[in-house]
Ligand binder design. Sequence first.
Ligand code: ADP
Length: 614
Amino acid sequence: MLTFVAMSDRLASDQAAAELIEQAPPVRIFTMLGRFWPYCRSRRAVLAFVLVLSVVQPALDVAEIWLFKLLVDNVLVPESFSGFPPIAAAYIVLTLLGGFVSYVDDVLSEWLSQRFLTDLRADVFRHMQGLSMDFFENRRIGDLISRLTGDVTAIETFLVSGLRDGTSYALRLVAYTVAIFLIQWQLALVSFLVVPLLWLVSRHFARLIKIASRERRRRAGSLSVVAEEALSNAVLVQGYNRQQWEIERFQRQAEAKYHAEMAATRLRALFTPLAETTELMGALAVIGLGTWQLSNDQLSIGGLLVFLTFLAGLYVPVRGLSRITASAYSASAGAERVIELLEQAPGVQQSRFPRTLVHPKGHVYFDAVSFRYPSRGDWALDRVTLSIPPGRTLALVGASGAGKSTLAKLLMRFYDPDIGRILLDSVDIRDLDLSCLRGNIAAVLQETLVFDGTIRDNIAYGKLGATDTDIVAAARSADAHQFITALPDGYDTRIGERGRRLSGGQRQRIAIARAMIRDAAVLILDEPTTGLDAESAYRLTAPMRRLMVGRSTILISHSLLITRDAAEIVVLSQGGITERGTHDELLRRNGTYCELWRHAAFDGPRKAETGDRR
Ligand code: ADP
């Protein structure tokens, strides 16, 4: 037994899993019941019916065993055939009834379980959709998926199936106990001698199984994390020849999961023979005493046989109940992880009385905004004040890490500023309905966000109910129509996960078409040409300019060629504004911007500009 304690403790303290996934805070079984009961409440009538069926089943079993006693004592021992037909008829009726009850019970129970799973899973997913960026930036996707699948199932196993089986076992226990006491109370008392022992063994195992279950659930999470990360980063893995490293990492987690599973299985497997040995002691004592009573005519042979049948049947629910205890621990380990997720509150909250803007003009105003990321101590933005009049373009330039993307994220309310406020058409965006705010912003970001669907679906994602005409018009404006129609399936071409089957430039043109179709008053272009070759970047200029027309635009770019025409250029450095003005004003100041301009990686314009100034 000690080895199992040691094994479980070793697993629980293993660093390899700790570094991937943190342990969720423990929850009590009652907390879990209270938390998830609402998913059963609306179906309590069906649940009650299933529970009633679980009363009927043990009753039928008892009746069947009793028939056996009648068969032995009234037919077999006296060797009289006359008693047989009614007993045979009763057997047939009982079996048919049992079959019907078991059919209804199976279907309804499964229905309850599946409804529970579907609803809880959908709610957990809905909750995750409402969480803010800080949550997603700090969590491993594989672990979240594992919570959504395995952990939710573990809760169901205990709560719905466990409740039904538990009731059935408990009733069987009561019915069989009453039956054996009715047959022979002295024998019944003897058979109960082993119960305290059985209880002690079960309790000890339950504690060990709890540790093992928690570890199993956590290991399932870390295995998904490793698989998800390696598979979704196949380019990185293969490009840097890290396959072996990833295989080893995966194997380590798979091994750890194997050990966790084996530890749990060994515990369960060891429990069964131990319980059986204990039960056997009870049965032997009963047979010994029973034989003596038989010889003294205190008991019929049918009575003894039936007694032993009940006794064997009695230990089944005792063991079943302890199995449910084990599933309760597995469920509580899963529940810990699901509740921890459900208790995450979104960092960005919808206002209680949200306002909406119909056709906003798109005046964006950052009013002395300061912000730091929850996980960081330093300010990512420090008292930034900016104004973007309707339809004008503000360009943000500056070294990487200066805070440019952070400004864009704050405008989309992925985070809220710690100090200051952001206004859209003079309304604090915190007072705006979140979906109204985001509905009025179109964004083309550095990392192109596309999903594995058709080109048509990817463009239409920008606007609910987009028509084919809208899609083609948007694609034309984005200079994408031509390459799309040249593809074998045209607009119905699937582009692969993350758009892998398209070139970087093509992906960005799809993203521009999507932003185009959104027809929003505010536009964010965050380094849309990053990672593209000069030719592809150049080919994006015209569609981007078309997209910017008539929209208040925040343009973040390293390419000063694109930003030079902006109404205002703002130079950010370490979260603060160091320079601002038009391209010409900034060149005249001969400061950071001028320096950047001189070092920009394009020769023609630079020479022309600096030549002019001289
Ligand atoms: P830029 O867009 O100018 O390159 P960012 O706005 O992305 O800069 O980042 C500004 C600062 O905030 C950097 O120091 C960066 O490390 C930090 N930062 C960005 N995103 C996060 C995040 N999700 N969590 C913590 N810090 C972040």
